[in-house]
Design a binder for this molecule. Structure first.
Ligand SMILES: Cc1cc2nc3c(=O)[nH]c(=O)nc-3n(C[C@H](O)[C@H](O)[C@H](O)COP(=O)(O)OP(=O)(O)OC[C@H]3O[C@@H](n4cnc5c(N)ncnc54)[C@H](O)[C@@H]3O)c2cc1C
Length: 472
């Protein structure tokens, strides 16, 4: 069953009054903005970017060595990047899923799997230890099939999972309809222990507070405009001051990079999301979605959906839009065509909810790289390190990204730094116009595959052969 892309009047009406702010950030407990950097200071470790990667880097570094001076410079406010815009699906995978990890690092896959699971366990124990209230639920993410060929794919995934001792639960149509009633879902697969749901802003604000409590200095509205090496240190300049640091961790994700070379490895791809008003008990009853598990469909252009603590449904995905020449900025965060398409798909998935309104609509940039999973590197003779390229699966993996950055900065050989995944980089993207043409041809081909029983055209087969094929 394929979604129709033509929005009906009812769908357009449902998004007529949306606020263009991520639902997670539109919250009365959002902290007041911190100070700007207006002086020149020195520090042991400077972190640029206060999303999950930057916050975990600060927390882990400070917990390891409380005497280390740490400063964070953030262009906007904590969590205003992808960290406050995502679906809040926190996956144990650090390789962007089973298939991607196995295809790229077959030999070290068991260790990557174990490290990913340990990472999720440690996030969970940190949340508990610090008492961060962030609606964290380890309920899993059910992959839903809507076509018979996808059911076969789920069965194949279940067999691979068994080989690696990943607990799986296969749901037939009846069981799936007990989880949520939708004409689209005919089977499902869950790895209950491998995925959690979280309110991402609450988690980030909790990490922010933990960093403050340990003495980390956070400057907001302080974009770094220049990063240079000078006298065995690195200097990060903002418009009203600079920070002189012995070490720098770059945690800027899909934002225009401070190291030019990174623009070849990461492209910003925009993803859009809607949140409904809180459902009434009768509306909730009509779809039978009483649990708090996450749900994604398994098409190549996939939707993800979940409920919130106050009873809304968050519904995002499908469109993944690359704008010419790494286009980036707030003007791309709202796309009325994508919002209308998402609303239309929502009512096709849940026809019982016709008449429900959306209250929030937003978008954000995904730091896409050609291997769809994070990569690392250093600059300035090892004094600067970076972690990025999570490609839409960084809510959990960002903590692992932070650990590796700290290993690299401290020049430690660890079980992480010896990994092939850590030592290698993705293939760079070609320059424009090839970049634009290639990415959009892939997107079009994925749409065709979804409408053609998953059959790949020549372009997708070529991409797979080159190791550039995207498997959601
Ligand atoms: C719409 C959407 C949905 C997603 N859904 C999921 C999901 O459900 N599950 C999942 O695992 N992942 C998801 N992701 C991806 C996930 O959100 C990211 O991988 C993760 O938040 C990355 O965190 P980060 O800290 O690396 O980046 P960010 O949160 O983007 O933080 C980077 C920070 O750096 C700052 N910055 C940039 N340049 C500068 C500069 N020059 N000076 C100072 N500061 C600077 C920015 O302002 C920003 O705050 C989604 C992403 C989007 C956009």
């Amino acid at each position: 069953m394929a979604y129709s892309n033509i929005p009906r009047k009812e769908s357009l009406r449902s998004i007529a009054d949306v606020k263009h702010i991520p639902f997670w950030l539109d919250d009365p407990i959002r902290p007041l903005s911190g100070p700007e950097l207006t002086k020149n200071i020195s520090t042991d470790l400077l972190i640029i970017g206060a999303g999950f990667t930057g916050l975990w880097t600060a927390l882990l570094a400070k917990e390891e060595d409380p005497s280390r001076e740490i400063v964070i410079l953030e262009a906007g406010e904590v969590a205003t990047g992808a960290t406050g815009r995502n679906g809040g699906f926190m996956d144990a995978s650090i390789t962007h899923g089973l298939h991607n990890g196995l295809a790229r690092w077959p030999k070290e896959f068991p260790i990557l799997l174990a490290m990913g699971l340990a990472n999720l366990d440690q996030i969970e124990s940190t949340i508990q230890r610090l008492g961060i209230e962030c609606d964290y639920l380890r309920t899993g993410d059910v992959s839903m099939a809507s076509e018979p060929y996808q059911v076969e794919d789920l069965r194949a995934e279940m067999e691979i999972s068994a080989r690696y001792h990943i607990k799986s639960e296969f749901y037939d149509r009846d069981r799936v309809q007990q989880i949520v009633k939708s004409p689209f879902f005919i089977a499902g697969l869950n790895h209950p222990n491998y995925s959690a749901l979280v309110n991402p802003a609450y988690l980030a604000w909790g990490l922010r507070k933990a960093c403050f409590d340990l003495g980390v200095q956070i400057y907001e509205h302080s974009p770094v405009t220049k990063l240079v090496e000078e006298n065995n240190q690195v200097i990060a300049s903002t418009s009203h001051g600079y920070v002189r640091a012995s070490q720098v961790a770059l945690a800027t994700n899909a934002f225009p990079p401070l190291l030019k070379r990174l623009a070849y490895y990461v492209v910003p791809v925009y993803d859009y999301v809607l949140a409904t008003e809180p459902l009434t008990p009768a509306q909730r009853e009509s779809i039978g979605w009483l649990g708090r598990e996450g749900i994604s469909d398994v098409s190549r252009q996939f939707h993800y959906t979940r409920t919130t603590a106050d009873g809304r449904i968050v519904w995002g995905g499908y469109d993944a839009v690359y704008y010419w020449n790494n286009g980036f900025g707030p003007h791309l965060e709202n796309d009325s065509v994508s919002f209308a398409r998402l609303a239309e798909h929502f009512f096709q998935a849940f026809p019982q909810l016709e008449g429900v309104h959306f209250t929030h609509a937003w978008g954000g940039a995904i730091d896409t790289c050609s291997r769809f999973s994070p990569f690392w590197g250093t600059a300035h003779h090892g004094k600067t390190a970076y972690a990025m390229g999570y490609t839409g699966l960084g809510v959990g993996a960002s903590r692992f990204g932070a650990l590796v950055m700290l290993d690299l900065l401290d020049r430690r050989k660890t079980e992480r730094t010896v990994l092939e995944m850590v030592r290698t980089k993705p293939l760079p993207f070609p320059p424009e116009p090839l970049r634009f043409i290639g990415i959009n041809l892939s997107r079009w081909s994925m749409d065709q595959a979804d409408r053609n029983q998953g059959r790949e055209n020549l372009w997708l087969r070529l991409m797979d052969w080159l190791g550039l094929g995207f498997d959601s």
